[in-house]
Design a binder for this molecule. Sequence first.
Ligand code: C2E
Ligand code: MG
Ligand code: MG
Length: 652
Amino acid sequence: MGIRMAWNAEFLNNLRRSFSIETDKPQLLKAQYKAFSKQLPLMYVILLINSWILSATHISSAPRWLTLDYPIALTVVCAIRFSFWLRTRNIEPSIESTRRALNRTNLIAGPISLSFTIWAIMLFPYGDAYAQSHVAFYMGITVIGCIFCLMHLRPAALTTAAVVNISFVIFFASTGKPTFIATALNVGLVSSIMLMILHVYYRDFTRLVDAQVHAETLSNENLRLANIDSLTMLPNRRKFFTQLHACCQKAQNEGSRFAVGILDLDGFKPVNDLYGHSVGDKLLFAAGQRLQNLCDEDTHLARLGGDEFALIIMHARDDKQLLAFGTILCEALRQPFLIGDTTIQIAASMGLVTYPDMAANATDLFEHADYALYHGKRTNRSMVSVFSTSHSNKIHLDAKIEQALRKADFDQELEVYFQPIINIKTQQIVAFEALARWKSPVLGSVSPAQFIPVAERTGIINQQTRILLAKALAAAAKWPDHIRLSFNLSTHDLSSPDIVQRIVKIIAQAGFDSRRLDLEITETAVMHDIEQVRWATDQIRQLGCGITLDDFGTGYSSLSQLHALSLSKIKIDRSFVTNIERNPASLKIVKSLLALSRDMELDCIIEGVETPEEMAVIREIGGTMVQGYIYSTPIPEAATRQWIEHRLSITE
Ligand code: C2E
Ligand code: MG
Ligand code: MG
């Protein structure tokens, strides 16, 4: 009993489902509508033509209201529906209108099919046996056509089939004529099979749509994942460039201005090295969150990779406001982070560029923001740098330098100048620092501050270093034994074992006591890849050379990292020395750097001393080794001998 009730309930449920549309599946509704709206006009064409043909075969036998008035009324109703479907055939309506249109069709399927059925049955008594057969044929064949056209809307197809076929079978079976009873059986059978086919077709159709929806959801999810950075959950590099291209297009169409910023964390690498990658990852996540909280809906933030983030700032106001916004971002990252129970302090530098004034396409925007960032890092570390005309001029100049470097004959064009480093207590020359000078036949004299970065970027530096080092060593071999040579190496000179070995070979074969040689590496070079630099400096140390950390104070190195490098000297950067007598902050820094070098048992050279006032302060705070214009600018090799003699005569 219970099973039977449950079965009944399920049957009723299925029946109800078959006669209603599935509103919970919007994609199915859309697909139904699309297929259906193309077939429905055809159905009305079949229905009306067949009906008017039936009317014509009865025109002489049946009354006028049945052969003309009634079909005209039906034609008007059908024409209204026909024109509706014809009009909306190529329009994609909203889900709500789709649902309404399909429901309406379901509702009127019953009355329309009933009206046509009643009309056909009313025509049956008129005319001869042929005409009566025509009525049976008309009903049987037209309903099959209609079911076909309605197959994407199961409720309407079922209603039509039920109304027409049940009436047909009952009516023709009741005529008592064997031919019509047989026809009723034929039509009943064909209709049942057709309904079964319709059921299977509709099920497959629904499954197909479901599968399509599933595939679409999956591909949308894949697309989302492909555009997201899994560490910070921010949009990734790929998404950033897609957005950047779209923003360029939009700004071009609207004639609007926007900005692109690239933000790089300062001091992130040491955190990774010191606390491990998992802390580094958490720090990146926290940094991303901080930035995200400061961005509104007009600012798109992305993580490009490593410790680099990028921003697209739509509706860029003037440069002053952009600068202020960038400063807020950098300032936010300067606040300490609490990762687990470790407090971590980092900073951030940012490069900004505006469209269209400073860059006209996505590639230029990215490159110029990057340029402003890295250029800014050298002079304006942990600040915001906006790409300007002077940057643009510099890019042009760099391009010219690059061209000239590629054609240069370095043996001929490169020369080494020397700048003395003096012990201010004894007034003795401690060393000369070798400084590159390039006289290009195309560009004239080019400062190393200009051409070294270009040579580094293009990989020409290694060849230059080898030539300069050989020339410097040859010159230094002629000096008295107590004078050392200090030579600058670039990061790229330490970047691979092969390159380091070639440098080691030059030193070993130079005929200059390598214990009198100091190699200067900059703090930023050290931070680039501490492990590789440590390996490289160990190789150099084995020759007996000293290692000097140049431009000290400009980077973010931690003490423990510097210790690992077995340094012999540090050089305090010129930026802390200029006007030291008037700048208490610089004074404090230089004092503490001196104390630090004493604690670490390292010699300390103070660079860039120009005035007697600066010199007085250096003396007062206990500096001993000084290099600067106050003694001499860099001089050519030929002048070193004279300079050494002159110095010796002063001290004597
Ligand atoms: P650096 O190694 O820090 O060299 C010191 C720079 O400061 C030199 O500039 C020197 O002329 C300048 N200088 C020294 N005393 C004073 C002073 O009292 N006032 C002022 N205003 N400047 C002073 P230079 O020769 O133009 O070299 C610039 C930079 O180019 C160097 O900075 C170094 O980083 C790089 N460089 C120079 N020669 C070489 C080289 O042979 N190889 C490599 N890799 N880099 C080099
Ligand atoms: Mg130097
Ligand atoms: Mg320096």
